[in-house]
Design a protein around this ligand. Structure first.
Ligand code: DP6
Length: 394
């Protein structure tokens, strides 16, 4: 019997112009356009196997080894409905195709990083789900078309369908058909751009992005200013900075946009705080590091973790600066940063270490070095699939 199965991985993306606010919560249509950098799947990815079989009696889903309900998850249901409808259309036109649209499926998905670390798991997760469905169903769609489906799983997921530098164009139409991701430049355009993710220790469970952003839409006057006056111009400037590989401009816009995103969170009523004392110390440290010229950019999403973008040549120095203030962080050195430099560079000569206290061991738990990279990848299910012969997690 033919096995209908696909296995893929999809990347995380970190926005440099943030998406925050929906104008339609069920179709997930944003109140402003946004732009992100896709990070390498060699460090962070979601991996998904989907099998369709006449032997299956219901659709089932396992996430990181635990079975979850599909029906209760409206966003997941929407992604399945959309991709099955597209499959049904091509089956109608070509009677020789196997009838996959009507078969039940088993989905098994896992992240190679802890969801609890507060990294963007919904973006890579939904991008991977939709991309794997498109492979299974052999859908004749390009990445922008697929981004329209992935967007309905999680807004930021639409940007993970591409590698490199990706804009999510907000669109205008009520049906969302023009609210999609487009690639501004591939990862090969600016290979020098790298990222360092600082996983900040935090016990509190913060407000989810989904809830937080709608409270902002309802209550923040500053958000209206951001949507109308700031983001349209910033998107243009950011696209130009990327095309020109102008790091100082890219960095300035990235930091300003992160600051404004957290400002609209503070302007939400009641206010939402995502950054903590450690996050704010990282801002002061990077600001001090940049005082004689912009060499690094920080950005923070809906949690305390920092992502620092910088050219490759600055990375060892940035790591040395961070290690000074945050001792005891484990360093994920899969890009071989420390093997290239036998000793860490000293702190820059005029760096004023009084900008921040030295924090307790483990305040930053982990530092992960990564870079811009490509979009979803197709794997060989026989070798890398997550389901066993019975269609259950291996
Ligand atoms: C701060 O995409 O997680 O990371 O669409 O409700 O699933 P939903 O929200 P989500 O929000 C991400 C917000 C952000 C900024 C960004 O990635 O642009």
């Amino acid at each position: 019997m033919t096995v209908f199965e696909a296995t893929c991985t999809a990347p995380v993306n970190i926005a440099v112009v943030k998406y925050w606010g929906k104008r339609d919560t069920s179709l997930i249509l944003p109140t402003n356009s946004s732009l992100s950098v896709t990070l390498s799947q060699d460090q962070l990815h979601s991996k998904t196997t989907i099998r369709a079989s006449a032997d299956f009696t219901s659709d089932r889903l396992w996430l990181n080894g635990i079975e979850e309900s599909i029906e209760k998850n409206k966003r997941l249901v929407a992604c399945l409905r959309e991709t099955r409808a597209l499959r049904a259309q091509i089956e109608e036109k070509d009677a020789s195709l196997p009838k996959l649209a009507s078969l039940k499926i088993h989905i098994c998905s896992e992240n190679n990083f802890p969801t609890a670390a507060g990294l963007a798991s919904s973006a890579s997760g939904y991008a991977c789900l939709v991309y794997t469905l498109s492979q299974l169903f052999q859908l004749p769609l390009d990445a922008s078309d697929l981004s329209i489906v992935a967007r309905q799983g999680s807004g930021s997921a639409c940007r993970s369908l591409f590698g490199g530098f990706v804009a999510w164009e907000m669109g205008e139409k009520a049906d969302g058909s023009d609210s999609k991701a487009v690639q501004i430049a591939p990862e090969t355009h600016w290979p020098d751009l790298q990222a360092m993710i600082c996983v900040v220790s935090d016990e509190k469970k913060g407000t989810s992005s989904t809830e937080g952003m709608q409270l902002t839409v309802k209550t923040s006057a500053l958000l209206q200013h951001r949507i109308k006056e700031v983001v349209p111009k910033r998107m243009e400037e950011m696209i130009a900075a990327i095309r020109n590989k102008d790091f100082p401009k890219f960095a300035e816009l990235t930091m300003q946009d992160s600051n404004q995103f957290h400002a609209v969170c503070l302007d939400t009523y009641p206010p939402i705080f995502y950054m903590n004392d450690i996050s704010r110390a990282i801002i002061r440290i990077i600001t001090e590091y940049n005082k004689d010229g912009v060499k690094a950019a920080y950005t923070f999403d809906a949690g305390p973790n920092a992502v620092i973008y910088a050219p490759e040549k600055n990375m060892a120095e940035i790591y040395a600066v961070l290690s000074h203030f945050f001792p005891g962080a484990t360093f994920d050195d899969s890009l071989g940063l420390l093997s290239k430099t036998s000793t860490l560079p000293p702190l820059p000569q005029n760096f004023d270490t009084r900008v921040s206290p030295v924090f307790a061991q483990g305040s930053v738990k982990q530092i992960l070095h990564t870079k811009a990279d490509n979009g979803p990848r197709v794997l060989d299910s026989a070798q890398h699939g997550l389901l066993n012969a019975e269609g259950l997690p291996k």
